[in-house]
Design a protein around this ligand. Structure first.
Ligand code: DAH
Length: 357
Protein backbone atom coordinates (compact mmCIF):
# COMPACT_ATOMS: atom_id res chain seq x y z
CA UNK A 1 0.00 0.00 0.00
CA UNK A 2 1.50 3.34 -0.91
CA UNK A 3 1.75 6.27 1.47
CA UNK A 4 -1.37 8.10 0.20
CA UNK A 5 -3.52 4.99 0.31
CA UNK A 6 -2.35 4.44 3.83
CA UNK A 7 -3.36 8.00 4.86
CA UNK A 8 -6.72 7.54 3.16
CA UNK A 9 -7.44 4.29 5.00
CA UNK A 10 -6.56 5.83 8.34
CA UNK A 11 -8.60 8.99 7.85
CA UNK A 12 -11.61 7.07 6.56
CA UNK A 13 -11.48 4.75 9.55
CA UNK A 14 -11.30 7.71 11.95
CA UNK A 15 -14.20 9.47 10.24
CA UNK A 16 -16.19 6.30 10.32
CA UNK A 17 -15.76 5.81 14.03
CA UNK A 18 -16.47 9.45 14.99
CA UNK A 19 -19.47 9.57 17.30
CA UNK A 20 -20.03 13.33 17.71
CA UNK A 21 -20.12 16.34 15.39
CA UNK A 22 -17.41 18.07 17.37
CA UNK A 23 -15.11 15.09 16.91
CA UNK A 24 -15.78 15.12 13.18
CA UNK A 25 -14.94 18.80 12.98
CA UNK A 26 -11.58 18.14 14.71
CA UNK A 27 -10.82 15.46 12.13
CA UNK A 28 -11.73 17.85 9.30
CA UNK A 29 -9.32 20.48 10.62
CA UNK A 30 -6.57 17.91 11.10
CA UNK A 31 -6.87 16.69 7.51
CA UNK A 32 -8.05 19.66 5.45
CA UNK A 33 -7.47 22.72 7.63
CA UNK A 34 -4.74 25.23 6.81
CA UNK A 35 -2.16 23.18 8.70
CA UNK A 36 -3.93 19.91 7.96
CA UNK A 37 -2.20 16.74 6.84
CA UNK A 38 -3.46 16.79 3.26
CA UNK A 39 -3.00 20.56 2.95
CA UNK A 40 0.63 20.20 4.02
CA UNK A 41 1.21 17.48 1.43
CA UNK A 42 -0.23 19.80 -1.21
CA UNK A 43 2.10 22.57 -0.14
CA UNK A 44 5.04 20.30 -0.94
CA UNK A 45 4.01 19.88 -4.59
CA UNK A 46 6.03 22.97 -5.50
CA UNK A 47 9.31 21.16 -4.90
CA UNK A 48 8.57 18.39 -7.43
CA UNK A 49 9.32 18.22 -11.14
CA UNK A 50 6.43 19.10 -13.50
CA UNK A 51 5.66 15.44 -14.34
CA UNK A 52 5.81 14.27 -10.72
CA UNK A 53 3.75 17.26 -9.66
CA UNK A 54 1.04 16.44 -12.20
CA UNK A 55 0.76 12.85 -11.11
CA UNK A 56 0.95 13.43 -7.36
CA UNK A 57 -1.28 16.51 -7.64
CA UNK A 58 -4.02 14.41 -9.21
CA UNK A 59 -3.67 11.78 -6.49
CA UNK A 60 -3.76 14.40 -3.73
CA UNK A 61 -6.84 16.06 -5.26
CA UNK A 62 -8.56 12.68 -5.36
CA UNK A 63 -7.61 12.04 -1.74
CA UNK A 64 -8.92 15.44 -0.67
CA UNK A 65 -12.22 14.89 -2.51
CA UNK A 66 -12.63 11.44 -1.03
CA UNK A 67 -12.08 12.73 2.52
CA UNK A 68 -14.35 15.75 1.96
CA UNK A 69 -17.18 13.54 0.71
CA UNK A 70 -16.71 11.12 3.55
CA UNK A 71 -16.79 13.96 6.11
CA UNK A 72 -19.99 15.34 4.60
CA UNK A 73 -21.69 11.98 4.58
CA UNK A 74 -20.74 11.28 8.17
CA UNK A 75 -21.91 14.78 9.18
CA UNK A 76 -25.34 14.12 7.77
CA UNK A 77 -25.58 10.85 9.64
CA UNK A 78 -24.52 12.43 12.94
CA UNK A 79 -26.92 15.39 12.48
CA UNK A 80 -29.83 13.07 11.81
CA UNK A 81 -28.95 11.07 14.93
CA UNK A 82 -28.76 14.24 16.97
CA UNK A 83 -32.18 15.41 15.73
CA UNK A 84 -33.68 12.02 16.49
CA UNK A 85 -32.28 12.14 20.01
CA UNK A 86 -33.78 15.61 20.55
CA UNK A 87 -37.15 14.56 19.22
CA UNK A 88 -37.14 11.65 21.65
CA UNK A 89 -36.20 13.87 24.55
CA UNK A 90 -38.71 16.63 23.81
CA UNK A 91 -41.58 14.34 23.12
CA UNK A 92 -44.89 15.58 24.52
CA UNK A 93 -47.46 13.11 25.64
CA UNK A 94 -50.55 14.63 24.10
CA UNK A 95 -52.73 12.00 25.69
CA UNK A 96 -52.12 13.48 29.17
CA UNK A 97 -55.25 15.07 30.69
CA UNK A 98 -55.57 18.90 30.51
CA UNK A 99 -54.57 20.95 33.56
CA UNK A 100 -57.30 21.49 36.12
CA UNK A 101 -59.33 24.64 35.32
CA UNK A 102 -57.45 27.75 36.35
CA UNK A 103 -59.51 30.25 34.41
CA UNK A 104 -59.23 33.92 35.29
CA UNK A 105 -62.28 36.14 35.54
CA UNK A 106 -63.14 39.68 34.51
CA UNK A 107 -63.02 41.93 37.58
CA UNK A 108 -66.42 43.49 38.39
CA UNK A 109 -64.93 46.98 37.96
CA UNK A 110 -63.86 46.17 34.40
CA UNK A 111 -67.20 44.51 33.71
CA UNK A 112 -69.20 47.52 34.90
CA UNK A 113 -66.91 49.86 32.98
CA UNK A 114 -67.55 47.88 29.77
CA UNK A 115 -71.29 47.95 30.42
CA UNK A 116 -71.25 51.73 30.96
CA UNK A 117 -69.17 52.30 27.84
CA UNK A 118 -71.57 50.18 25.80
CA UNK A 119 -74.60 52.20 26.95
CA UNK A 120 -72.99 55.58 26.29
CA UNK A 121 -71.59 54.42 22.97
CA UNK A 122 -75.13 53.74 21.84
CA UNK A 123 -75.88 57.38 22.66
CA UNK A 124 -73.00 58.53 20.47
CA UNK A 125 -70.32 59.08 23.11
CA UNK A 126 -66.75 58.00 22.44
CA UNK A 127 -64.10 57.14 25.00
CA UNK A 128 -61.39 59.67 25.92
CA UNK A 129 -58.45 59.15 28.23
CA UNK A 130 -56.07 61.23 30.30
CA UNK A 131 -53.03 60.60 32.52
CA UNK A 132 -53.26 59.39 36.13
CA UNK A 133 -50.46 61.75 37.11
CA UNK A 134 -52.07 65.07 36.34
CA UNK A 135 -51.04 68.70 36.38
CA UNK A 136 -52.62 70.90 39.03
CA UNK A 137 -53.98 73.07 36.22
CA UNK A 138 -56.12 70.33 34.64
CA UNK A 139 -57.21 68.72 37.90
CA UNK A 140 -58.21 72.00 39.57
CA UNK A 141 -57.52 75.43 38.11
CA UNK A 142 -59.08 74.97 34.68
CA UNK A 143 -62.12 73.38 36.34
CA UNK A 144 -62.74 76.66 38.12
CA UNK A 145 -61.10 75.49 41.36
CA UNK A 146 -58.37 78.11 41.86
CA UNK A 147 -55.58 77.69 44.40
CA UNK A 148 -57.37 79.02 47.46
CA UNK A 149 -60.76 77.51 46.63
CA UNK A 150 -62.29 75.56 49.57
CA UNK A 151 -63.35 72.75 47.21
CA UNK A 152 -59.69 71.72 47.01
CA UNK A 153 -59.89 70.59 50.62
CA UNK A 154 -62.64 68.09 49.79
CA UNK A 155 -60.35 66.20 47.50
CA UNK A 156 -57.72 64.78 49.92
CA UNK A 157 -55.17 65.15 47.17
CA UNK A 158 -51.94 63.18 46.82
CA UNK A 159 -49.39 65.75 45.71
CA UNK A 160 -46.25 65.02 43.73
CA UNK A 161 -43.26 67.31 43.32
CA UNK A 162 -42.97 69.40 40.17
CA UNK A 163 -40.93 67.87 37.37
CA UNK A 164 -38.70 70.90 36.91
CA UNK A 165 -38.03 73.89 39.05
CA UNK A 166 -40.41 76.73 38.32
CA UNK A 167 -43.15 74.39 37.00
CA UNK A 168 -46.32 73.50 38.89
CA UNK A 169 -46.53 70.61 41.31
CA UNK A 170 -48.32 67.55 40.01
CA UNK A 171 -51.12 65.51 41.58
CA UNK A 172 -52.56 62.02 41.30
CA UNK A 173 -55.84 62.97 39.65
CA UNK A 174 -58.58 63.19 42.27
CA UNK A 175 -61.35 62.78 39.69
CA UNK A 176 -61.79 62.09 35.97
CA UNK A 177 -62.93 65.68 35.33
CA UNK A 178 -59.47 66.81 34.06
CA UNK A 179 -60.17 64.70 30.97
CA UNK A 180 -62.98 67.19 30.20
CA UNK A 181 -60.41 69.95 30.03
CA UNK A 182 -57.94 67.97 27.95
CA UNK A 183 -60.66 66.93 25.50
CA UNK A 184 -62.13 70.41 25.10
CA UNK A 185 -58.72 72.00 24.65
CA UNK A 186 -57.82 69.48 21.99
CA UNK A 187 -61.08 68.91 20.12
CA UNK A 188 -63.11 72.07 20.88
CA UNK A 189 -66.86 71.91 20.24
CA UNK A 190 -69.08 70.06 19.47
CA UNK A 191 -67.93 67.18 21.63
CA UNK A 192 -69.43 64.05 23.15
CA UNK A 193 -67.08 61.97 25.29
CA UNK A 194 -66.94 59.69 28.29
CA UNK A 195 -63.76 59.16 30.30
CA UNK A 196 -63.60 56.11 32.54
CA UNK A 197 -60.54 55.66 34.70
CA UNK A 198 -58.75 55.35 37.99
CA UNK A 199 -58.66 58.19 40.51
CA UNK A 200 -56.88 58.71 43.83
CA UNK A 201 -57.68 60.30 47.18
CA UNK A 202 -55.88 60.06 50.48
CA UNK A 203 -58.75 58.47 52.36
CA UNK A 204 -59.34 55.00 53.76
CA UNK A 205 -62.32 53.65 55.69
CA UNK A 206 -65.30 51.34 55.13
CA UNK A 207 -66.62 53.46 52.25
CA UNK A 208 -63.40 54.99 50.87
CA UNK A 209 -60.26 53.51 49.33
CA UNK A 210 -57.23 55.50 48.16
CA UNK A 211 -57.75 54.24 44.61
CA UNK A 212 -61.14 54.02 43.01
CA UNK A 213 -62.74 54.50 39.60
CA UNK A 214 -64.98 57.08 38.02
CA UNK A 215 -66.57 57.71 34.69
CA UNK A 216 -66.90 61.23 33.43
CA UNK A 217 -69.29 62.37 30.71
CA UNK A 218 -69.26 65.53 28.65
CA UNK A 219 -71.58 66.82 25.96
CA UNK A 220 -70.89 70.18 24.33
CA UNK A 221 -72.95 71.53 21.42
CA UNK A 222 -75.18 74.46 20.50
CA UNK A 223 -78.42 74.76 22.45
CA UNK A 224 -77.73 72.04 25.04
CA UNK A 225 -79.89 72.36 28.16
CA UNK A 226 -80.82 70.55 31.38
CA UNK A 227 -83.49 68.57 29.52
CA UNK A 228 -80.77 66.84 27.48
CA UNK A 229 -78.82 66.07 30.62
CA UNK A 230 -81.89 64.61 32.26
CA UNK A 231 -82.84 62.42 29.30
CA UNK A 232 -79.29 61.14 28.88
CA UNK A 233 -78.86 60.17 32.51
CA UNK A 234 -82.38 58.77 32.87
CA UNK A 235 -81.70 56.51 29.87
CA UNK A 236 -78.35 55.51 31.29
CA UNK A 237 -79.71 54.57 34.74
CA UNK A 238 -82.64 52.60 33.30
CA UNK A 239 -80.34 50.59 31.03
CA UNK A 240 -77.61 50.12 33.60
CA UNK A 241 -79.98 48.68 36.18
CA UNK A 242 -82.29 47.00 33.64
CA UNK A 243 -85.30 48.93 34.96
CA UNK A 244 -87.58 50.84 32.60
CA UNK A 245 -88.97 53.95 34.30
CA UNK A 246 -86.60 53.76 37.23
CA UNK A 247 -87.48 56.78 39.44
CA UNK A 248 -84.66 59.37 39.64
CA UNK A 249 -84.46 62.39 41.91
CA UNK A 250 -82.50 65.50 40.98
CA UNK A 251 -81.22 67.38 44.03
CA UNK A 252 -79.57 70.81 43.78
CA UNK A 253 -75.85 70.57 44.57
CA UNK A 254 -72.66 72.52 44.14
CA UNK A 255 -69.65 71.82 41.96
CA UNK A 256 -67.28 74.60 40.94
CA UNK A 257 -67.23 73.42 37.31
CA UNK A 258 -70.99 73.27 36.70
CA UNK A 259 -73.77 75.81 37.10
CA UNK A 260 -76.44 74.82 37.92
CA UNK A 261 -75.29 71.58 39.53
CA UNK A 262 -77.27 68.59 40.70
CA UNK A 263 -76.85 65.22 42.30
CA UNK A 264 -78.95 62.33 41.09
CA UNK A 265 -80.45 59.77 43.42
CA UNK A 266 -81.99 56.52 42.23
CA UNK A 267 -84.94 54.87 43.96
CA UNK A 268 -84.15 51.86 46.09
CA UNK A 269 -85.42 49.79 48.99
CA UNK A 270 -84.07 47.33 51.50
CA UNK A 271 -84.93 43.68 51.45
CA UNK A 272 -83.47 41.24 53.94
CA UNK A 273 -80.69 43.66 54.75
CA UNK A 274 -79.76 44.17 51.09
CA UNK A 275 -80.16 47.36 49.12
CA UNK A 276 -82.14 46.81 45.93
CA UNK A 277 -82.50 49.28 43.06
CA UNK A 278 -86.12 49.99 42.08
CA UNK A 279 -89.23 51.96 43.15
CA UNK A 280 -89.32 52.09 46.96
CA UNK A 281 -89.04 54.43 49.92
CA UNK A 282 -85.31 55.10 49.84
CA UNK A 283 -83.05 57.11 47.59
CA UNK A 284 -79.40 56.55 46.90
CA UNK A 285 -77.04 59.13 45.43
CA UNK A 286 -75.21 57.81 42.40
CA UNK A 287 -73.81 60.73 40.46
CA UNK A 288 -73.01 64.42 40.24
CA UNK A 289 -73.82 66.51 37.19
CA UNK A 290 -74.67 69.94 35.85
CA UNK A 291 -74.39 72.43 33.03
CA UNK A 292 -70.74 73.18 32.29
CA UNK A 293 -69.77 76.49 33.88
CA UNK A 294 -69.18 79.16 31.20
CA UNK A 295 -65.81 79.90 32.79
CA UNK A 296 -64.73 76.30 32.20
CA UNK A 297 -65.75 76.50 28.53
CA UNK A 298 -63.85 79.78 28.18
CA UNK A 299 -60.78 78.26 29.93
CA UNK A 300 -60.75 75.75 27.08
CA UNK A 301 -61.15 78.34 24.34
CA UNK A 302 -64.81 77.51 23.64
CA UNK A 303 -67.21 80.42 23.05
CA UNK A 304 -69.73 80.08 25.90
CA UNK A 305 -72.20 82.39 24.16
CA UNK A 306 -72.42 79.93 21.27
CA UNK A 307 -71.95 76.56 22.97
CA UNK A 308 -73.40 75.01 26.08
CA UNK A 309 -72.84 71.62 27.58
CA UNK A 310 -73.55 69.23 30.36
CA UNK A 311 -71.19 67.10 32.38
CA UNK A 312 -71.50 64.30 34.87
CA UNK A 313 -69.30 62.09 36.98
CA UNK A 314 -69.97 58.91 38.91
CA UNK A 315 -68.15 56.28 40.91
CA UNK A 316 -67.86 52.90 39.23
CA UNK A 317 -67.49 50.82 42.42
CA UNK A 318 -70.73 52.24 43.82
CA UNK A 319 -72.64 51.14 40.70
CA UNK A 320 -70.96 47.72 40.71
CA UNK A 321 -71.88 47.19 44.37
CA UNK A 322 -75.50 48.11 43.73
CA UNK A 323 -75.92 46.15 40.54
CA UNK A 324 -74.15 42.97 41.63
CA UNK A 325 -74.90 42.98 45.35
CA UNK A 326 -71.28 43.40 46.46
CA UNK A 327 -71.44 44.44 50.11
CA UNK A 328 -67.92 45.70 50.86
CA UNK A 329 -65.97 48.34 48.93
CA UNK A 330 -62.58 47.27 50.21
CA UNK A 331 -63.01 43.75 48.86
CA UNK A 332 -62.56 45.12 45.31
CA UNK A 333 -58.87 45.61 45.98
CA UNK A 334 -57.94 42.65 48.13
CA UNK A 335 -57.22 40.29 45.21
CA UNK A 336 -58.82 37.42 47.10
CA UNK A 337 -59.12 34.57 44.60
CA UNK A 338 -62.30 33.20 46.16
CA UNK A 339 -63.91 36.65 45.90
CA UNK A 340 -62.71 37.05 42.31
CA UNK A 341 -64.16 33.68 41.34
CA UNK A 342 -67.44 34.50 43.01
CA UNK A 343 -67.95 38.06 41.76
CA UNK A 344 -65.83 37.92 38.59
CA UNK A 345 -67.30 37.47 35.12
CA UNK A 346 -66.54 34.93 32.46
CA UNK A 347 -64.43 36.39 29.68
CA UNK A 348 -66.87 34.94 27.18
CA UNK A 349 -69.87 36.73 28.65
CA UNK A 350 -68.23 40.07 29.31
CA UNK A 351 -69.21 42.97 27.13
CA UNK A 352 -65.90 43.87 25.65
CA UNK A 353 -66.59 46.52 23.10
CA UNK A 354 -63.64 48.53 21.84
CA UNK A 355 -62.80 50.61 24.89
CA UNK A 356 -60.71 53.27 23.28
CA UNK A 357 -61.29 55.94 20.71
N1 DAH B 1 -65.68 65.39 39.70
C1 DAH B 1 -66.73 65.19 40.68
C2 DAH B 1 -66.22 64.42 41.87
O1 DAH B 1 -65.26 63.75 41.76
C3 DAH B 1 -67.89 64.48 40.06
C4 DAH B 1 -68.59 65.33 39.06
C5 DAH B 1 -69.67 66.11 39.43
C6 DAH B 1 -68.20 65.37 37.76
C7 DAH B 1 -70.34 66.91 38.56
C8 DAH B 1 -68.86 66.18 36.83
C9 DAH B 1 -69.94 66.96 37.26
O2 DAH B 1 -68.51 66.24 35.57
O3 DAH B 1 -70.60 67.73 36.38
O4 DAH B 1 -66.81 64.44 42.89
Amino acid sequence: MNELQFIAERLLAQINSASALQELETLRVQALGKQGEISNLMKNLGSLSPEERKERGALLNALRDQITTSLEEKKEILEAAQLQERLEKEKIDITLPARPQVLGTIHPISQVMYEMIAIFRNMGFSVAEGPDIEEDFYNFTALNIPLEHPARQDHDTFYLPALDEGTERRVLRTHTSPVQIRSMLKKKAPLRIIAPGRVYRSDYDATHTPTFHQIEGLYVAEGVHMGHLKACLQTFCEQMFNQPQLPLRFRPAYFPFTEPSAEIDIACYRKEGQLIVGPGQDWLEILGCGMIHPKVLENCGIDSTKYQGFAFGMGIERVAMLKYGIPDLRSFYEADLRWLRHYGFSAFEALMEGTSE
